[in-house]
Structure formats: structure tokens, C-alpha cells
Design a protein around this ligand. Structure first.
Ligand SMILES: Nc1ncnc2c1ncn2[C@@H]1O[C@H](COP(=O)(O)OP(=O)(O)OP(=O)(O)O)[C@@H](O)[C@H]1O
Length: 240
């Protein structure tokens, strides 16, 4: 799925939050976006998701402007740090929810949900309710619920920010594996440089509402503005 932002600008009162953001992203690409707090990352994701209105510019999906579509009509899933699960549904029911809405029969839902649970490595948790799960398990369920409906586009806002390093690393691998096999186009906002490098196929740096896009690791790593060189210098100095 090809997504394209053309000249997106957004202000809140006198504050210019996004300034002429333009880029395009092909099927199977993940744009990992870094940037300081308040630089406009979440605002950009919300505009894509249809959750923030009143901006200038246009968002296109396979060449069609989607600016006037409702969030539910965009084929996009927006996930953030706190996984939003239905508290009164079990793990299996949460994951199968989208299929039920789409009208699949019970047997198909059971089979597809079972396959997804296996892929997510949460076998044995099927009958638990969200409050009985760890943070990492909840996030797996949230991803399962998203992946099972084959979204065209995933919008991820620091999705693994509250997980311990080991679980976070597992989730990054799982994301890379499934997004590749499902050919999902993703915008992945993170504060973690390593996470950006692991998950991204392209990279973005948001600076005061302007987005610099780098087409490969080398361009990203070599630009002083991204902070990668500072990080490398830090580790080199520490190792001396
Ligand atoms: N609904 C709103 N009303 C007014 N100002 C807002 C609103 N939403 C966001 N802003 C402002 O827009 C700017 C960008 O916010 P945004 O949430 O996009 O930043 P961010 O880069 O995602 O930050 P963080 O990394 O801390 O999540 C901030 O200065 C914020 O205060």
C-alpha cells in the first residue's frame, strides 16, 4: 500500500506544529520516525489516522485522497503505548474481534485466532482477560488484533515504550517478521534510536514540525542531526 503525505501543515492557535511535511512510503516499508518531545510526531500519525482534522495538505492512499474519510474507512490501525483491549473479552475474543465484525463464521475465527496466538507466542493465555496479562502480553494481543484483519497501514506511536528491554526486543523482532510477511506499510514513532534502526526500512527525523526523511541506514547514521554519531562517540569513549 502506497501512502503519501503532500505538504501537510498543522497549527494549534499560533503554534505551528507541522510544517510542509511530504513523503511517500511503499508497500512493505516502515518509516521509523524519531524526534524530540513536542516536535509533532504524534500529530502526524493522528492526521494519517483521521483523528486530527483541520490541516492543510493532503494524504493519499494508492493515489486516492483520504482526507475526508472517517478513521474506520481508512484501513489503518493506530496503536500506542497503552494497549487498548476490551476488558470484558478474553485474549481469544479480543484477537478475533475484527473477524467477528467482518462476519466470519465461528470455525474460521477459531482457526485464524489460534494461528495468530501461536505466531504471537501466547499459547496458554487464550482464556485470560486483559487485567490478568502482563504488559508485554497485552501488547501482543493488541498487535494480534490488528494483524489478523490485515490492515493496509499500521500507525505505531511508541508502542513498546513501557516494556522491559527483553520483551521490547522480542516485540521488535515480531513486528519485523509479521510486517514483512503481511507486507504492511508502517509509520513507527519511537524515542529509541536502536528500535528505529531495527524496525525501519527508511527513517525520519522530526525537527520542530519538519520531517527529514532518509532513504537508507547510511544516510541516517551519517547525518549529525539524527544523534547516531553522538551515540557512537559515547560508547567509544566509554570503552576506552
Ligand atoms: N490538541 C492539542 N491542542 C493544542 N496543542 C496541541 C494539541 N495536540 C498537540 N499539541 C501541541 O503540538 C505539539 C506537538 O505535539 P505532538 O504530540 O505531536 O508531539 P510529539 O513529537 O509526538 O511528542 P512526544 O514525543 O512527547 O509524544 C506540542 O507542542 C503539543 O503541545
Amino acid at each position: 500500500m502506497m501512502i503519501e503525505a503532500r505538504g501537510i501543515s498543522k497549527s494549534y492557535g499560533n503554534e505551528k506544529v507541522l510544517q510542509d511535511v511530504s513523503f511517500s512510503l511503499s508497500e512493505n516499508e516502515t518509516l521509523s520516525v524519531l524526534g524530540r518531545s513536542g516536535s509533532g510526531k504524534t500529530t502526524l500519525l493522528k492526521i494519517f489516522a483521521g483523528l486530527t482534522q483541520e490541516y492543510t495538505g493532503t494524504i493519499q492512499l494508492n493515489g486516492q485522497a483520504i482526507d475526508n474519510l472517517k478513521p474506520s474507512e481508512r484501513g489503518m490501525v493506530y496503536l500506542y503505548q497503552e494497549p487498548l483491549l476490551f476488558p470484558h473479552l478474553t485474549v481469544s475474543e479480543n484477537i478475533g474481534f475484527g473477524l467477528r465484525i467482518q462476519g466470519y463464521d465461528d470455525k474460521t475465527i477459531r482457526i485464524k485466532t489460534g494461528e495468530m496466538i501461536e505466531r504471537l507466542h501466547i499459547q496458554g493465555q487464550e482464556e485470560k482477560y486483559p487485567h490478568q496479562l502482563s504488559g508485554g502480553q497485552k501488547q501482543r494481543v493488541a498487535f494480534g488484533r490488528a494483524f489478523i484483519i490485515h490492515p493496509r497501514v499500521l500507525l505505531l506511536d511508541e508502542p513498546f515504550g513501557s516494556l522491559d528491554p527483553e520483551t521490547r526486543s522480542e516485540m521488535q523482532q515480531l513486528f519485523v517478521e509479521i510486517s514483512k510477511s503481511e507486507k504492511i506499510t508502517t509509520m513507527f514513532v519511537t524515542h529509541d534510536l536502536k528500535e528505529a534502526l531495527i524496525t525501519g526500512t527508511r527513517f525520519g527525523m522530526m525537527i520542530n514540525g519538519s520531517l527529514n526523511v532518509y532513504d537508507n541506514h547510511d544516510d541516517f547514521i551519517n547525518d549529525a542531526q539524527t544523534g547516531v554519531q553522538d551515540e557512537l562517540t559515547f560508547w567509544k569513549n566509554l570503552m576506552r
